[in-house]
Design a protein. Structure first.
Length: 391
């Protein structure tokens, strides 16, 4: 075995250019698999993290309240109170299209919402200053609000300065009773920190809409998301008797679907890149057949001196496997460097996927063994006398 390995290295080294061209297909194939799979996984991981930041424990409810069939806030709270073993928080959601102003400075991109005292719990946010919207604010329709760090910085210079000040929403004056801690690394317009929320009772009055159509629940156990969703759907069906009048969406189920799609895309791209490895295998076989033809006299001499068929076959199989393995190692190195470089340029945290590295290298070695077998078998079957006569 050791002698066959040495002979394989010697043969590869004595034909450097031909050996490199033989390896090139393997190198490209292995590198392609690693780059494509790793970059797709990095991009999808980024998407998953972005999606997860929306709250995987949340269930959103959207309804169409009709004069004849509707669900009031009190009914939703009664349902929530009956199922607190399943749900952790619940808040009505009333979105308003509004201009937020402080003096002559105004903001049009700010997300303005009417919520309950549970909203901070739903979002899992902490306050930097002040307090949250309270139940008393909702019942008395106090004109108070809580703002994000971006709004505080843009209109007042800092969260500390914003606390306790007055801000105008569509011309109505609200007192800032709280400022939420900064969520994003960078404060930007339309970002996570660009928001204002107030008691939902005030938002309903400003929106001139007596019905609240949107609610957000959080579930206590992420594994019971489907059960929580079913509870809400059953309750709403009893009220509406028409599934078209409401939509219940569990974020965790959407995330599961996204993960399934990630796996399919990654496997598909890996398979496409893997086709180049198959083409490379044909190249290895062709070169090995040429090598057998060139070394026919050598094979004849070795067989005449007593070399067994298995030894001859072993020599050529090992040579093909070593060629493919070297190509695989070079492909892994190039693929790893390219993955990190392209990932950095694209702003992704891309690292070579261990599974892609293992599978691509294993396939490259397997290709060497598989496609090297036929030339090796042909060499082993040569008649010593005919081989010695070969020129």
């Amino acid at each position: 075995m050791l002698q066959s390995f040495k002979l394989a290295i010697k043969s590869i080294w004595s034909n450097k250019m031909r050996s490199f061209l033989t390896m090139l297909g393997i190198i490209i194939g292995v590198a392609s698999v690693i780059i494509l799979v790793s970059l797709v996984n990095a991009y999808m991981s980024y998407m998953t993290e972005s999606f997860a930041s929306l709250g995987t424990n949340q269930i959103t409810v959207n309804m169409v309240n009709l004069p004849s069939r509707s669900v009031s806030v009190d009914e939703m709270y009664a349902f929530y109170d009956e199922n607190t073993e399943s749900f952790d928080h619940m808040t009505p959601m009333v979105s308003i299209s509004a201009i937020v102003k402080n003096g002559t400075d105004s903001m049009t991109s700010t997300s303005v919402s009417g919520v309950s005292e549970d909203y901070l719990g739903v979002k899992d946010w902490m306050l930097a200053y002040g307090r949250n919207v309270q139940y008393a604010d909702i019942t008395a329709r106090h004109k108070v609000c809580v703002i994000g760090a971006y709004v505080a910085n843009e209109l007042y210079g800092s969260a500390e300065k914003a606390y306790g000040e007055t801000i105008k929403v569509n011309g109505y004056a609200f007192q800032i009773v709280g400022v939420v801690e900064q969520q994003d690394d960078d404060l930007e317009e339309g970002g996570t920190d660009d928001f204002l929320f107030m008691p939902y009772s005030c938002a309903v009055k400003m929106a001139r809409n007596a019905n609240i159509n949107n609610y957000t629940f959080t579930i206590r156990d992420l594994s019971a998301a489907t059960e929580g969703k079913t509870l809400i759907e059953d309750f709403l069906y009893e009220k509406f008797k028409n599934e078209d009048l409401y939509t219940v969406t569990a974020m965790s189920e959407m995330l599961d679907s996204l993960n399934s799609m990630i796996a399919m895309v990654s496997a598909g791209l890996g398979g496409i890149a893997g086709i180049s490895l198959l083409v490379a295998g044909v190249g290895v076989m062709n070169i090995m057949l040429v090598s057998v033809t060139e070394r026919t006299r050598e094979i004849g001499i070795r067989k005449a001196l007593g070399a067994k068929r298995s030894v001859i076959m072993q020599q050529f199989v090992i040579e093909a496997a070593v060629t493919s393995s070297l190509g695989g190692v070079i492909g892994i190195l190039l693929g790893s460097i390219a993955t990190s470089t392209i990932g950095a340029l694209a702003g992704l945290n891309a690292t070579p996927t261990p599974m892609a590295v293992i599978v691509s290298f294993s396939v490259s070695v397997g290709i060497g063994l598989l496609f090297g077998y036929m030339p090796a078998s042909r060499a082993a079957k040569l008649n010593p006398i005919d081989a010695l006569r070969s020129e």
